[in-house]
Design a protein around this ligand. Structure first.
Ligand code: MLT
Length: 271
């Protein structure tokens, strides 16, 4: 099941797509952009760690309980939708925190909407485009999901998304990740896989990022290992790095207090 609407959930239509958006708190604003194939509820444990911020967490188009994107969207379209969401919410500028696919969207925001960015938190993400092998794996995943639905991704993905300690010791996190993957809709997951497969390489963009950046990586992340996160941070002027112990690809779910502390420290340092 996609996440149910809560007391802070609104429907906002941008670029013809109706989005589910959770908003809590008052300014300054931080926008949380979830990873694949997840939804806005992935930030549930982290958000209370940042009580003095306006926290906006949308379901990306086609994910969670947001409507599917019309036609074949690219990563730039997801970024344009988030810029339009800021317009709709009358937010001129925000900190963006993107995890993995959310980071790919953040790179497109840097490319296309840099004036809307106050700072960036890049979590469990990479700047490089898909290798030919990774593109082939996207095609296999598209076929799997088209034939069997997103639930078919649960077993192959779970051990790659979570650290061994989370898999064995945090059944609530495992159940939550299962529910997010299986609760997504086929067309939205396929659209996201296509957009990730076609995304542009952002390596050259890193040196152009002119806002403060915090890079967050799980010490046990198999998808974006800490060494890759560190080298991405080295390519961004002044970027800070936090490596989160006993966390895999989904550190904000696995270690929300540690990730919250790192983000709070970063945000407080912005002045
Ligand atoms: C994610 O968490 O968004 C995915 O791991 C991104 C990807 O598959 O490249």
């Amino acid at each position: 099941m996609p996440p149910k609407p809560g007391p802070h959930t609104a429907r906002v239509t941008v670029r013809g797509v109706s989005l589910s958006v959770d908003t809590q708190g008052s300014s300054p604003t931080i926008v949380f952009v979830h990873g694949f194939p997840l939804d806005r509820s992935m930030w549930r444990a982290l958000l209370p760690e940042l009580p003095s911020w306006r926290r906006i967490a949308p379901d990306l188009p086609g994910m969670g309980s947001s409507a599917a994107p019309p036609g074949d969207w690219r990563m730039c379209d997801y970024a344009d939708a988030l810029a339009a969401l800021l317009d709709a919410l009358a937010v001129p500028q925000a900190v963006f925190c993107g995890l993995s696919m959310g980071g790919y969207v953040a790179f497109e925001l840097v490319r296309r909407h840099a004036e809307r960015l106050e700072a960036l938190v890049l979590a469990s993400t990479r700047a490089a485009a898909d290798s030919p092998q990774a593109r082939g794996a996207r095609d296999d995943a598209i076929q799997l999901v088209a034939e069997n639905g997103p639930a078919a991704l649960v077993e192959p993905m779970l051990p790659r998304l979570l650290a061994p300690r989370s898999l064995s010791g945090s059944p609530h996190v495992v159940d939550h990740v299962r529910a997010m993957i299986a609760g997504n809709r086929r067309e939205g997951v396929v659209a996201a896989l296509r957009a990730m497969r076609e995304r542009a390489d952002a390596t050259d963009l890193l040196a152009t990022i002119a806002v403060p950046v915090l890079v967050v990586a799980g010490a046990d992340d198999q998808i974006v290992p800490p060494a890759e996160a560190r080298s991405m941070a080295q390519a961004i002027s002044g970027a800070r790095v936090t490596i989160v112990p006993e966390a895999g690809h989904l550190a904000p779910l696995e270690q929300p207090a540690l990730v919250g502390r790192a983000i709070r420290g970063f945000l407080e340092g912005l002045g």
